[in-house]
Design a binder for this molecule. Structure first.
Ligand SMILES: [Mg+2]
Length: 202
């Protein structure tokens, strides 16, 4: 069987676990609202999606959230409260290393924002171990919009069955399949390992 030239991975819930409620709890220490109210107001705010689509920068996002929930601290503290919510998933980091050891190019393809990425880059060495990165906020589009998948095809130089895509979100996976990519819906490191072992000696 021909192996796909490249493997494209989602980040959240694939290489790092996270829960926005963790951020809401940290933020609650610096404002008068309960964390549940903070989650409700922030996650439903249009500025959140604008942030991950790159339509507003970190400073603007901070100012909008600050007024939305009357957050009391400066931007530096906010970046910690908002960014420090990720836990690496060792079995997936190991899987990426096995692919890279065989000279398979691997990519991160994520709906995300600069505060989260700055935090992850600073804290987790494994994040440097990919060939390249496609972040929603750098291209003004989010998965599952096809335009962002076209960026991946350009960055990887591959398309169709030469791209193997791994993402935990069904709609994101489906959008890849619609473009002719091979795709795996990530459930656990074990099931994704088995799926990739059909193509690579890992
Ligand atoms: Mg995900």
């Amino acid at each position: 069987m021909n192996s796909p030239e490249v493997v494209v991975f989602d980040l959240g819930k694939v290489f790092v676990d996270f829960d926005w409620n963790t951020a809401a709890r940290k933020i609650a220490a610096h404002c008068a609202l309960q964390h549940t109210e903070i989650s409700e107001r922030c996650l439903t705010a249009s500025v959140f999606q604008q942030f991950e689509t790159g339509l507003v920068d970190s400073e603007t996002f901070y100012k909008e959230i600050k007024s939305l929930i009357e957050y009391q601290e400066n931007f530096e503290q906010f970046a910690i409260d908002f960014g420090d919510i990720f836990t690496p998933i060792p079995a997936m980091i190991d899987l990426n290393r096995k692919l890279r050891a065989q000279a398979i190019p691997t990519y991160i393809f994520s709906n995300t924002n600069p505060i989260s990425i700055d935090y992850i880059r600073q804290q987790f060495a494994f994040f440097a171990e990919f060939t390249d990165y496609v972040f929603s906020y750098e291209h003004k589009a989010m998965k599952p919009h096809a335009s962002l998948y076209k960026v991946v095809e350009k960055v990887t130089g591959s398309q169709g069955h030469d791209i193997l895509f791994v993402d935990d979100n069904y709609d994101n996976v489906q959008a890849g399949i619609d473009l002719g990519w091979l795709a795996v819906q990530h459930g656990s490191p074990q099931t994704t390992h088995s799926a990739l072992a059909k193509y690579y000696a890992i």
